[in-house]
Design a protein. Structure first.
Length: 582
């Protein structure tokens, strides 16, 4: 990294840092309050191979100087600083920009200037809306008490900004920030591992001197009438939906002012440069590549505001056991809703038939022959899928088998096989893809298919009930674990579904009763057929559960009935199991 100084129009000396690929496109990183260029330390390594990376300390931050008068800290002043930096380091070449907090607010100000499009190729904004857009949103909302939703949201955002009044108080605010910088730092980064926090050695001074930003901008923005502020530069919003300062709905009207707009909602708080650097770097890269003429990435297509698409358009969905039954219908249901499919099954013929059916619908399906009980094979499958198609946004672990018969009559290898496929297949799928979803940082959804047998004991289905009960509890535990990463998880519990499960289920019986097995199988097949509840209805329930982020979703009336009974009258379920015959 090399450092130099650039003088702004009013004589403020800005410390500028350059690193990365000198022959690549230029990206400029602009920080906010109370940060310095150090806030980008985790992001820069992810951009440096492709981009020439420029970052600088804003006025009164880090190694940059700062005027004494608070009147020199308006957003036009910050826009002047950016203009001076790019004029010096990238004359005649448009740059991509990533801005956070007040750094992003100042960039919005710059984008409203004539000729900004010649200097800025794209702008990615993180937790820093245009002051014009923000105040317009609050004012318009407070004028409409007859529209309670808009009114409450506007009032809520205003209340979340009350802290700016305290930071605007001269003398007291900077003194408090200097004396309490340690407490401030701890409060701002609460819940973030210490090794992810990047603050420079000048943090206390930056926090104290930077309060002039609030005095120069917060109250004047509320007093002055906001402008009709249009921007013709391509803009990408990273919306931290758990941000305690800037609420996500503030951006709902941004498309009114920005015709070329992308929006990515991120399960993160304010300091996403610390917690989600890979998301920010990927977002900048994908937009830059697209504007340079490359086909847009799937995530970028999803983020494009105003682009018509189906519910799961531009979404990659992986479904195991897709060669027949519930798996096949689930794949078809997602395909009809616009998804691109990765389908897998141990049955190659059935898998090819599913892929052909999806193709006939105009969808895209990538088939893979897979034994989900083989952990190594599942990991190789995940590697290949992610390398070729990207990390699936939705993972449906559906593959399963059945075995019927008393436990004492069931050979150990058959009992183990049911556990290996029904439980092991789900665990293997979650282990392979959940880790990749967490590392990607943009959320996702996992669906684990269990059964009403998970909470309905049957003495003739010991192995099957055990495997599904284990899937049920495993899924509940994993849902709790993944929630902080914005990854949903749904456990699907179908009841009696008319698939080929009866014909495919191994029925175990003592030698003296084996003649009755064929008769019993025929009776069960007839019962399932008469029930008439097809796998397409389970598929519909899966799609709906993903949309609504349902934790548990029984399917069929009997599945709901037994689910409720198991909660209210568990002993009754045990009594039925003792008396039941399979």
């Amino acid at each position: 990294m090399t450092m130099r100084y650039v003088d702004s129009t009013d004589g403020t000396r800005l410390a500028v840092y350059e690193e990365g690929n000198p022959d690549g496109p230029t990206v400029v990183l602009v920080h906010g309050y109370p940060d310095s260029h150090v806030v980008w330390d985790a992001v820069v390594p992810l951009l440096a191979e492709k981009f020439r990376v420029i970052r600088y300390d804003s006025r009164a931050a880090g190694a940059s100087s700062g005027p004494k008068s608070f009147s020199k800290y308006t957003m036009p002043n910050f826009a002047d600083d950016f203009d001076a930096v790019v004029a010096e380091l990238s004359p005649g070449q448009p740059v991509h920009v990533l801005g956070h907090d007040w750094g992003s607010v100042g960039m919005w100000e710059y984008l409203g200037r004539a000729g900004a499009r010649d200097r800025v190729a794209s702008f990615t904004s993180v937790s820093g809306p245009s002051l014009h857009h923000l105040i317009r949103y609050v004012r318009d909302g407070l004028k409409t008490p007859y529209r309670p939703k808009l009114f409450v949201r506007a009032l809520s955002q205003l209340l979340h900004l009350l802290y700016t009044a305290a930071l605007s108080v001269p003398v007291l605010a900077p003194a408090a920030m200097r004396l309490g910088s340690g407490l401030m730092r701890a409060g701002l980064t609460r819940g973030i591992p210490k090794d992810l926090v990047h603050h420079g050695g000048t943090f206390a001074a930056d926090a104290a001197r930077g309060t002039k930003i609030y005095r120069a901008n917060a109250l004047p923005a509320l007093i002055h009438r906001p402008l009709d502020f249009y921007v013709d530069v391509p803009v990408q919003l990273i919306v931290n939906i758990d941000d305690p300062f800037v609420l996500p709905h503030v951006y709902d009207d941004t498309a009114r002012w920005v015709p070329r707009l992308w929006r990515r909602d991120l399960r993160a708080k304010h300091w996403s440069p610390f917690t989600h650097p890979q998301v920010l770097a990927t977002a900048v890269t994908e937009l830059a590549d697209h504007l340079d003429g490359k086909p847009p990435a799937r995530a970028l297509l999803r983020a494009q505001v105003g682009r018509p698409r189906k519910d799961f358009g531009d979404t990659l969905v992986s479904v195991t056991g897709a060669g027949s039954g519930i798996g096949r219908e689930t794949a078809l249901a997602f395909a009809r809703d616009g998804a691109e499919l990765v389908i897998s099954d141990i049955d190659e013929a059935g898998l090819k038939d599913t892929a052909a059916t999806i193709g006939a619908l105009g969808g895209i399906a990538h088939p893979y022959v897979l034994d989900v009980s083989d952990a190594d094979a599942v990991e190789r499958f995940a590697d290949e899928v992610c390398a070729a198609h990207g990390v699936p946004d939705i993972v449906v672990n559906n593959a399963g088998i059945g075995v019927a018969g008393a436990f004492l009559d069931t050979p150990a290898e058959q009992f183990d096989r049911v556990l290996d496929v029904n439980l092991g297949g789900v665990v293997n799928g979650c282990r392979a893809f959940a880790r990749r979803l967490v590392e990607r940082g943009t959320g996702g959804h996992i669906v684990n298919v269990a059964s009403m047998a998970a909470y309905s004991p049957l003495k003739g289905l010991n192995a099957y009930c055990t495997s599904k009960a284990a899937v049920y509890m495993f899924s509940d535990c994993l849902r709790a674990e993944l929630s902080s990463a914005g990854i949903g998880l749904t456990t699907i519990c179908p009841g009696i579904i008319n698939t080929n499960i009866v014909s495919a289920t191994e029925m175990i019986a003592p030698s003296g009763k084996r003649a009755a097995v064929a008769t019993r199988r025929a009776q069960l097949e007839d019962m399932f057929a008469r029930r008439g509840y097809g796998p397409d209805k389970v598929a519909k329930a899966i799609v709906t559960a993903v949309k609504k982020d349902k934790a548990i979703r029984p399917v069929t009336p009997e599945a709901y009935l037994l689910y409720g009974t198991s909660k209210v009258l568990p002993q009754g379920m045990r009594s039925i199991a003792r008396a039941g015959v399979v």
